[in-house]
Design a protein around this ligand. Structure first.
Ligand code: THG
Length: 291
């Protein structure tokens, strides 16, 4: 599983300030820590970057390159900024992301071709958010046809089925799982990824790590090949790296059958209860662990 550290993100207050004042320290600290914790890529999320997008992209890549050699995931909707990043990083970069809208695909797939880079194919079509797993499948099939039209290898695409918050859209969390269940069979040569932390947005801070970790292990069972994650969550990284096999096995088991909670540790019970929430078997509430 390819892990992309999400922490250099303009939505974070300190990162935003660091970018506005062009002060390298915060960003470099995050880059070093994300690499040390085991990230494979760093996501550089500079948002729409309407002002000075290209110079901002150049500055932030130079800033990160002074302290880390990890490959980069260029997270911006600003095409001019993206081009600067691709000139600097070439085929090691991942474009984050290309929306499944004709205009965006036709604008951006030639860049994938030119730089021979990878890209995230966001399953957000012209009608907006897909409603269920079948709409996700239809958008993905259409996207793959475009990719083939441009003679881009399907393995360069990381399909992102869009992860939404369980607190507000529990049925969509289930739909994304259902889509992933079909994915390997429908798109065997393609990669997949997601913005994992979206799933716990708005949930109690004390629950976020647990929800994120459980959901990623569930998506992993269905063959997800990558995720954009909180690189400060060492527990998440150690589970994915195979250092907590008991937790992984328990989550995979709870996905298939009713697990007897008596005799489990509190940590294990919490993982099992979270599986049932993310499968839609129990309804989410902030106090679900206490029920
Ligand atoms: N798919 C793709 N790219 C993405 C996303 C996606 N990039 C951005 C985002 N979604 C993934 N990255 C993050 C980064 C941070 C958080 C969530 C997703 C996050 N941050 C904290 C919070 O909101 O509480 C802190 C930020 C703040 O201070 O507000 O949750 O889905 N392809």
């Amino acid at each position: 599983m390819v892990l992309i550290g999400e922490n250099i993100n303009i939505m974070n207050k300190q990162v935003k300030e660091s970018i506005q004042k062009r002060r390298k320290e915060t960003i470099q600290k995050i880059a070093i820590e994300s690499e040390r914790n085991g990230s494979d890529y760093l996501d550089l999320n500079i948002g729409p970057a309407r002002k000075e997008g290209p110079s901002l992209m150049e500055w932030i890549i130079e800033t990160v390159r002074e302290v880390s050699h990890l490959p980069l995931c260029l997270d911006t909707t600003n095409i001019e900024a993206l081009k600067v990043g691709l000139e600097m990083e070439g085929e090691t970069a991942i474009i984050n992301s290309i929306q499944a809208v004709e205009e965006r695909m036709e604008q951006m797939l030639p860049l994938v071709k030119k730089y021979n880079c990878k890209f995230i194919a966001l399953l957000l079509g012209k009608e907006g958010m897909p409603r269920d797993e079948n709409e996700r499948g239809a958008i993905a099939a259409n996207f793959l046809a475009k990719i083939e039209e441009y003679e881009i290898p399907p393995s360069s695409a990381f399909f992102d089925p869009i992860v939404l918050p369980v607190r507000f859209q529990q049925e969509q969390v289930v739909a994304t799982l259902e889509f992933m269940k079909m994915f390997r069979e429908l798109f065997p040569d393609c990669n997949s990824t997601c913005g994992l932390s979206n799933v716990s947005n708005g949930a109690l801070n004390s629950l976020r790590g647990l929800i994120n970790r459980t959901y990623l292990v569930m998506l992993w069972k269905y063959g997800m090949t990558s995720a954009i994650i909180d690189a400060q969550d060492m527990e998440l990284i150690s589970i994915i790296r195979g250092e907590r096999e008991n937790i992984k096995d328990l989550i995979w088991k709870a996905m298939e059958e009713e697990v007897d909670l008596s005799g489990l540790s509190e940590e294990e019970r919490n993982y099992v209860k979270t599986v049932y929430i993310l499968q839609g078997k129990s309804i989410y509430s902030d106090s679900y662990l206490k029920l």
